[in-house]
Design a protein around this ligand. Sequence first.
Ligand code: OAD
Length: 232
Amino acid sequence: MKNLVVLTGAGISAESGIKTFREMGGLWEEYDVMEVASPHAWENNQELVMRFYNERRKKLLEASPNEGHIGLVELEKYFNVHIVTQNVDDLHERAGSKNILHLHGELKKSRSTIDPNLIYEISGWELKTGDKCEKGSQLRPHIVWFGEAVPAIAEAADICEKADIFVVVGTSLNVYPAAGLIDYAPNGIPVFLIDPNDVGTKNTEITFIKEKAGTGVQKLIGFLKEKSGSND
Ligand code: OAD
């Protein structure tokens, strides 16, 4: 089977009721990113950072995967699907996708502040001051903050280099290094971009499906099936 690599961003979870970041009404309009999602923020106001992610976690517990996430699972019937996501939600997992790489961490997990290898599931929505790892240090959200390295980027680049088909869903392609992954897709392979709004990219070979994720992924499936001559 061919390798189909999907790079997803906040837009794929929008129809599940999770806010995106950079649109009107998005999270970075409501919050100053450096005050809630940076090492500086953690040093200066741990309570605010904790509250910000606790709120996000609460919303996530109320949310369910939408047609976009579910459509990507359907594609596993025809392709080796690899999802590389910038999202910290677990909606790809809950939809049933098999291969998921989180670039920016996972909202439902916490991490030790002295040993980054100590990662824990958070039960419920709340992470609190005083919650400690087994070595006795405060736990922090398992999120890659602005100004921090993205440990999964090399693995993500490897996955993208092996793509036969590359799909981008619901990302403004503003945040590097994630946005640069599209450049690892081999030259000449089909590249699709699903987004209801215009997204700036220098790749001119892209097939732009200007739809929300739910409808857009269905259109993509139809298109790929038609190309392969499948009657399923
Ligand atoms: P953005 O908020 O920058 O972009 C969201 C994209 O989703 C935009 O291009 C929208 O047009 C599109 N969109 C909106 N509704 C959609 C829908 N129903 N279906 C499909 N697309 C839709 O979010 P990201 O690109 O994911 O990082 O942001 C990247 C990173 O910046 C995030 O991972 C986060 C943020 O700061 C961290 O917090 C570390």
